[in-house]
Design a protein around this ligand. Structure first.
Ligand code: TSB
Ligand code: ZN
Length: 639
């Protein structure tokens, strides 16, 4: 039997060897790291015998595929352990997933978190016993016979397309239906952890039976497992839903309604700074601010094409006095009408209308996630009306404005997504010529400006292609934040025109621009990024004053408070009858950037003793010096 290796070398082996044997024939260290092999395009288990010639590529622990093979094998080990502990258990599917594996289990008793530790121990026992995971190919008839009392496996077998091989895997006395790709021996599974329980419908079908899903994760070394568990812990800590509650930033309440966030005073304080930032940056960049209603007539949204292409994301219409209204999912149609409200000349362009826009989208309830995906949202929006010869310069200046804001916010662009259409009829408008032109122009700008991007067909807006700014948080979470979209369609549908230099009526082009996303999504990103320790310019409370004595030091404290408030800072006095140490700890929990302790010395010298969030050091400085520090901290934003 002749096997060809990736480096071109060929070697003859006796028939019936396994990938493990092949690795051993090369080196014993390789044999330790190998987890399987590809023979041509077929994935082989580590212990599956090879009966034919072919190109072989050993899969070792460092291979991307290896994690999947290990985790898939771990799912089997989990099922084996569950079967040992609960002999009546039956099983649905048990795949590897991005960060581990799961198995869906049908069991009379409902499992509790405490049971996971027992199951984990049993897994460790079976791992030690070193069962080979033995592959058997069977006919459909045989498979159905073997699993005749098992509704789940029978259903899964019946779903296997005709002509596909049906394979079973035996490990110890546990037999499972599986396509394969295993580490061959249970002893290869060493560093794993069961993480959580959830309910899951069999094959995701909500009409089918509900099963119990156990999630786990499996790694090739203890270090890797520990690092992953630490990351999971960090993720919990940084979960914006948890932080938002703890720091009283926002609330989600089922009586208010699903996906409808309420901004609490602390959250609104941050949002107001961001609103002012957006307004000022836009003002300096020549944007004109407008304000339009959250409702629009349904007719307006029929004209724009939203009704035809975006209806699935809209709340149903409402009628009054013979007029039909919709809650707007976007503001573009309103801005089109502003453009249309006057006669426009080529000299008026570009016209940049900006608005902090509250809009409503119907997002499926399963898709709602804290503030990241909501149903009522406020977007930092703009629509820029340009002549064709101005497209490039305007796209680039919108890009630069966004780029600066992302840096000011202490975030980073991970990559740009160039979203184009695909051949879906419902999602995109039908004018081939407009599409081709818009995509070509936008891509040209990206290429000329040497901005690297990833092309993603099918993700465009219905009215045109877009550039989405993907931001990555410290946790590696990728989120669409800002967007620049090129639109030749809405000007057409609204019959927008301006008078060109030759006195003719011609069409403008529209650039839709989402600046720093919606405040909801942005807040979710900022919370995750900062763990709620906002930089000074954004912090809900920037300074807290802690008088040592509520009598002796109160006058001076109040004077300071007043002057800081007048100067535009967000300040609080802790007037509670508590020990100073307690108040300091509390201020740290609230992640307030500056804590000022005020006692006899400070009153006498006209000074403050300042401590910064996260530090145990304190410095006594003059009031003037403190003002300087504060102003500098605000000015540097999140940079
Ligand atoms: C930029 N008409 C354009 C606008 O002119 C528009 O609405 N584009 S959008 O559909 O891409 O949305 C703009 C931004 O809103 C997105 O880039 C995303 O950051 C944010 N966003 C979208 N859906 C949600 C949601 N459900 N919850 C929170 N933010 C959202
Ligand atoms: Zn728009």
């Amino acid at each position: 039997m002749l096997l060809r290796f990736p480096d071109g070398a060929e070697k003859t082996f006796t028939e019936g060897i396994t990938p493990l044997d092949v690795a051993k024939s090369i080196s014993s260290s390789l044999a330790k790291k190998v987890v399987g092999a590809y023979l041509d395009d077929d994935l082989y288990d580590l212990n599956r015998t090879i009966h034919r010639d072919g190109a072989i590529r050993l899969v070792t622990e460092s291979d991307e595929k290896a994690f999947e093979i290990l985790n898939h094998s771990s799912a089997h080990l989990l099922a084996q352990a569950v079967k040992t502990l609960y002999p009546n258990a039956q099983f649905g599917v048990g795949p590897a997933i991005e960060e581990g594996f799961y198995y869906d289990i049908a069991l009379e008793t409902s499992l509790r978190e405490e049971d996971l530790a027992h199951i984990e121990k049993q897994m460790a026992r079976h791992a030690k016993e070193n069962h080979p995971m033995v592959r058997k190919e069977v006919s459909r008839k045989e498979a159905l016979e073997i699993f005749k009392d098992d509704f789940y496996k029978t259903t899964l077998i019946e779903a296997i397309p005709d002509g596909d091989a049906i394979t079973l895997y035996q490990q110890g006395d546990f037999l499972d239906l599986c396509r394969g790709g295993h580490v061959g021996f249970t002893s290869k599974i060493k560093h794993f952890k069961l993480l959580s329980l959830a309910g899951a419908y069999f094959r995701g079908d909500s009409d089918g039976p509900m099963m119990q899903r156990i999630y786990g994760t499996s790694w090739f070394s203890k270090e890797a497992l520990d690092a992953h568990l630490a990351l999971l812990e960090e993720r919990k800590e940084r979960d914006h839903r948890k932080l938002g509650k703890q720091l009283k930033i926002f609330m989600l309440n089922s009586e208010v309604g699903q996906g409808l966030a309420t901004w609490l005073p602390n959250g609104y304080a941050v949002r107001k700074v961001l609103e002012d930032y957006v307004y000022e940056e836009e003002r300096k960049a020549g944007y004109l601010h407008v304000s339009t209603p959250v409702l629009g007539s349904k007719h307006l949204y029929e004209t724009s094409g939203h009704w035809d292409h975006y209806q699935a994301n809209m709340f149903p219409p409402m009628e009054r006095d013979g007029e039909t209204f919709v809650l707007r999912p976007m503001s573009c149609p309103h801005h089109m009408k502003i453009f249309q409200s006057e006669l426009r000349s080529y000299r008026d362009l570009p016209l940049r209308y900006a608005e902090i826009v509250t809009q409503h989208r119907y997002e499926a309830s399963g898709a709602l996630t804290g503030l990241e995906r909501v149903r009522a949202m406020t977007l930092t929006d703009a629509h820029i009306f340009v002549r064709p010869d101005q497209i490039k310069a305007e796209v680039i200046s919108a890009y630069e404005l966004i780029d600066k804001a992302i840096a000011d916010l202490g975030l980073e662009i991970a990559y740009l997504e160039f979203a184009t259409r695909d051949d879906s009829k419902e999602k995109f408008h039908a004018d081939e010529t407009l599409w081709n032109e818009a995509e070509a122009v936008l891509e040209d700008v990206l290429v000329e400006a040497k901005i690297p991007y990833k092309k993603v067909p099918g993700e465009a807006a219905f009215y045109g292609p877009k550039i989405d700014f993907q931001v990555k948080t410290v946790l590696g979470h990728m989120i669409t934040m800002s967007t620049i979209q090129l639109d030749f369609l809405l000007p057409e549908r609204f019959d927008l025109t301006y008078i060109n230099a030759d006195g003719e009526k011609v069409r403008p082009v529209v650039i839709h621009r989402g600046y720093i996303s919606t405040f909801e999504r942005l807040m979710s990103i900022l919370l995750e990024q900062t763990k709620g320790a906002f930089p000074v310019w954004l912090a809900p409370t920037q300074v807290i004053l802690l008088p040592v004595s509520l009598d002796a030091h109160m006058d001076y404290t109040k004077t300071l408070y007043k002057s800081l408030m007048e100067a535009g800072y967000r300040v609080k006095i802790d007037e509670r009858e508590e020990k100073l140490g307690y108040k300091i700890r509390d201020a740290q929990t609230q992640k307030i950037p500056y804590q000022l302790v005020i006692g006899d010395q400070e009153v006498a010298d006209h000074s403050v003793t300042a401590r910064q969030y996260g530090s145990s050091e304190q410095h006594t400085v003059s009031v003037e010096e403190f003002y300087d520090q504060l102003a500098q901290a605000v000015a540097k934003k999140s940079r």
